[in-house]
Unconditional design. Structure first.
Length: 59
């Protein structure tokens, strides 16, 4: 979900921005959500087996 949010959701708000600052904020949100998604992916890969990770992604 976070990966989709950072590549589609936050970026989709940029065209509706009224100021350059607003555009920067949405781009920064996208960056932070992407980092968050990757860090949780790393945590899961260190605690679970590959099969458990795949099963979690299938829900």
């Amino acid at each position: 979900m976070d990966t989709i949010q950072c590549t589609l959701g936050d970026i989709a708000q940029i065209p509706n921005s009224l100021t350059d600052h607003e555009q920067f904020v949405y781009a920064n949100f996208s960056f932070m959500v992407g980092v968050h998604a990757r860090s949780y992916g790393t945590i899961f890969s260190t605690l679970n087996t590959s099969d458990e990770i795949e099963e979690a992604h299938e829900w």
